[in-house]
Design a binder for this molecule. Structure first.
Ligand code: B12
Length: 582
């Protein structure tokens, strides 16, 4: 496909100079003082980076947990429980990742207007302060911080409170429901916040990026994944002068592949910075809890071995076994941490039996491909007229091109007509792509009943309410397998946008995939937006059908309430043909 010129991607609107925004961020950063957390005070260090470097040298395997209960008081109570019980069991967890509600990414004045999802919001100065001062586990603030429209304010507050690892740059392309601004405004905030982080780089402020939250999760090739990690380093370290740490791994389940990718990504890291954490696999977890313990054991072992081998000073994040159901309780977190600490005690003896040489060789090969992707990307953007020294122009250009186009144009695999792939055959296929292809094959075999008679007037609209798009892509494929041509909405679509699309397209059905713990409130909002437009297409919903409810610590299943609203629910695409009303 011929590439468009840069103006078409950057649009007609005036774009500020990115380097000026970095300077504004640095100036704002020079006005504030970085706090020191209770954890750092306890360990006699001035920042988490200092702690990590010390531990890396001492050979300590660190662990991390992720927590995000319904509000901060509940989350704090959960952390206290975890701290006390792990102390009773004879170990401590080094850091916690707070999984905030997506509304935290909005400037404060817009938060009340958006729907609640899983995770807490921080609603006062006291709560911000408590994140770093009320518990002796080091906080890490990734989600809904740098990347979001509220990047600058959230970063400033986190730094002042005593949080040092702040991200999550990979989320720069996420949509924030209720955000009226455009991508220029959102990316400008991101660049300023990166400047803020640069102002404190020598005091230990580290920009964090969890690769699997961003474009790397949507690439089909680990070569692009590694090349993208290098691109982020170029942007943050070279153009802006801040420190950058990566986290990765949640979407890779093969332990050998994961180790190879880990070694490759770590090889790009300057020794003065330690990675944030290695994310335990999330995609092999199912409703079968016993099986999930098996996944956990192997995954944690390999992550710990890689960290030990590389003396990386990262930390290991074991994933609770209820991953495929809902966000975890404190008890479920303690459970998997206990298992991880048992594994940790066995590392020295197991280390000897690993064939590191073979893994290193395969990893170097991957880095070579990653470097080629990076070169293609930077040179390709430059050829398109993008100023590759300007971080804002770069972020806007890649965001507007999107991951699929980027990989097709700059990837090191081969263009293909093979219907198995979407125009691009990867050199080193990701686990996400392999899983997607095998799930698609399975679904294609079962979705079409032998007696299927097509009603030609079908015109469904398909979209996702949040960033989760793998389910949505399978729904699109299933609908197409029934010979129905769907209208494809966006990922992260708001109820009013979806209803408007249904109206414009004269849709017969709306198929929505939702995962973030807002199935019921989203469905109600959608129905009222449809009524407002005086249309009543069939509504089918699937994904994670639970809801955050005020006063409940855990999201609750809302399947029955959805059915009561007249909505069709779908847990398995083999039922789709029966559901779509003929
Ligand atoms: C992969 C994943 C991600 C990836 C998504 C990558 C991508 N590009 O899609 C990343 C890492 C980016 C991610 C991010 C987040 N995630 Co997530 N994610 C998952 C994970 C591991 C798998 C989901 C998945 O793709 N499954 C595979 C597909 C094929 O299955 P499926 O979605 O269920 O779809 C099937 C059926 O349900 C059905 N279906 C689905 N939708 C529809 C719709 C219709 C109409 C029909 C007919 C059928 C149908 O068909 C599909 C085929 O069988 C789950 C946990 C798990 N193991 O399930 C968590 C999970 C869904 N995520 C969760 C959360 C909280 C988040 C975040 C909010 C975390 C955060 N704080 O940052 C963010 C989202 C932020 C945002 N902006 O929206 C939670 C939701 C919790 C809850 N509701 O209780 C889960 C359950 C993890 C957990 N236990 O905490 N996530």
């Amino acid at each position: 496909m011929p590439m468009k010129q840069v103006q078409e991607y950057l649009g007609p609107k005036l774009i500020p100079n990115g380097l000026d925004l970095v300077q504004q961020g640095i100036a704002a950063g020079n006005q504030i003082t970085m706090g020191v957390s209770a954890f750092c005070k306890h360990h006699g260090v001035s920042s988490e980076l200092e702690y990590k470097l010390k531990m890396a040298q001492a050979g300590r395997t660190m662990t991390a947990l992720t927590i995000g209960l319904t509000d901060w008081p509940e989350t704090k109570k959960g952390l206290e429980k975890i701290f006390n019980e792990t102390a009773d069991r004879g170990f401590y967890i080094d850091r916690f990742i707070i999984a905030l509600d997506r509304r935290m990414g909005l400037p404060e004045e817009f938060r009340a207007g958006a729907l609640k999802e899983t995770g807490p919001m921080l609603t006062s100065d006291l709560e911000w302060d408590e994140v770093a001062q009320s518990i002796q586990i080091q906080p890490h603030m990734g989600d809904m911080m740098i990347g979001s429209p509220a990047s600058v304010d959230n970063t400033r507050r986190a730094l002042e409170a005593g949080v040092n690892y702040i991200g999550n740059l990979s989320q720069f392309a996420w949509k924030y429901p209720g955000w009226p601004g455009d991508d220029i405004a959102q990316m400008s905030e991101v660049v300023k916040a990166l400047g803020l982080m640069a102002s404190k780089a020598d005091q230990g402020a580290v920009v964090h990026s969890y690769l699997d939250d961003g474009f790397p999760a949507q690439f089909g090739d680990y070569s692009s994944y590694v090349g993208w990690a290098k691109f982020e380093r170029y942007l943050v370290e070279e153009l802006i002068g801040a420190n950058l740490a990566h986290a990765y791994g949640g979407l890779t389940h093969d332990p050998i592949t994961k180790t190879i990718v880990t070694i490759a990504v770590e090889s790009l890291r300057p020794p003065k910075v330690c990675s944030s954490f290695y994310f335990g696999n999330t995609t092999r977890y199912t409703q079968n809890i016993e099986l999930n313990y098996g996944v956990l054991g192997v995954d944690v072992l390999y992550m710990m071995l890689a960290d030990k081998h590389l003396k990386a000073g990262s930390s290991i994040m074991p994933v609770p076994v209820t991953e495929a159901i809902r966000v975890p309780t404190p008890e479920e977190i303690i459970d998997v941490q206990t298992i991880a600490h048992h594994t940790k005690a066995k590392l020295d003896s197991i280390y000897e039996v690993t064939n590191w040489q073979g893994l290193e060789t395969r990893s170097q090969e991957l880095v070579k491909y990653g470097n080629r992707f990076f070169d293609n990307l930077i040179n390709g953007l430059s050829d398109l007229g993008v100023d590759i020294k300007d971080p804002l122009k770069l972020l806007l250009a890649v965001r507007r091109l999107g991951p699929s186009q980027l990989e097709k144009n700059f990837g090191v695999g081969t263009p293909t007509e093979d219907p198995l792939f979407d125009g691009y055959e990867p050199l080193v296929a990701t686990d996400v792509l392999k899983d997607f292809l095998s799930e698609r094959t399975r679904i294609r075999e079962v979705v079409r009943p032998a007696n299927w008679i097509l009603n030609k007037s079908h015109k469904p609209v398909i979209a996702s309410s949040d960033v989760h798009e793998i389910g949505m892509r399978l729904v699109i494929d299933a609908v197409e397998s029934l010979d129905i041509k769907p209208v494809i909405g966006t990922v992260g679509i708001d109820p009013d946008e979806l209803a408007e699309l249904a109206l414009q397209e004269n849709a017969t059905a709306v198929l929505i995939s939702t995962h973030n713990g807002m199935a019921l409130s989203y469905a109600k909002a959608l129905l009222s937006e449809l009524t407002l437009r005086d249309i009543s297409p069939q509504v089918i919903i699937g994904g994670r059908l639970n809801q955050e409810i005020e006063g409940e610590d855990m999201p609750v299943d809302v399947t029955d309430q959805l059915i009561d609203l007249g909505i069709d629910v779908c847990f398995d695409l083999k039922d789709l043909a029966n559901l779509i009303r003929n």
